[in-house]
Write a protein that binds this ligand. Sequence first.
Ligand code: CA
Length: 220
Amino acid sequence: MRVLIVEDEPTLARQLKAALEGAGYAVDHAADGEDGHYLGSTEAYDAVILDLGLPEVDGLTVLDRWRKEGRTTPVLLLTARDSWSDKVAGLDAGADDYLAKPFQTEELIARLRALIRRSTGNASSELTAGDVRLDTRSGRVTLAGDPVKLTAQEFKLLSYMMHNKGKMVSRTELIEHIYDQDFDRDSNTIEVFITRIRKKLGPDIISTTRGLGYSLADGA
Ligand code: CA
C-alpha cells in the first residue's frame, strides 16, 4: 500500500514518513499544496495524509480540487487542535477522516489502516486468503497458523494483493502501489517477488493470467 504525506513541517513529515515506512507502507512526501496536489493527481495512492495549513495552496483547496477531478483516494486531514470549523469544512470538502495536532503516531497509523480497509471493502483488520492470514495491525503473516517471514517488498506486494482479493491486478498496478516515487522501479522484480511469495506461502496462493496480471487464490 502506498501513501502520500502532504505536510510542510519538516520534522513531523520526516517522523511520519519513517513511522509509515516502518509499518510497511511505500511513502511519498510533498512539502507544499502545489506539489501535493500534483502528486495526488498523477500517482497512485491508497491514502493521503493532508495537512490543512500548507504553503502555496492550502489543504482544503487541494482536497476540493481532487474531489472535483473525481479522485476518490481516501484522505485523512491533519487539523489544528480545537478548530471545529476546520473539521466541518474538511469533511464537507470530501475528507474521510481527520486528526487534530498534536497526535500519537499510533493513532494516525490506526486511522490510516481503517481508511484503507474501508476503501478496499475489507471489514476486518485481519485479511485472509485460504490458509494465509495477514494481520494489518501487527504486519504478521501466517500460513495455517505458522508465522511466515517476508521481506519488506514481499509484504507490500502481498498486502496489496490481499486488500484487493478477488481482483485481477496488473503488474503496472503492483509497481504503482508498492514502490515510492524515488524507488528505481524494475518491472521484472515483481515476477521475482511473486515467485518468492509462492515459495513461502504455497504455489497456488497467487495465480498468473498471461497478459492481464495476478490474482489471489481465495481457497475458501
Ligand atoms: Ca502546516
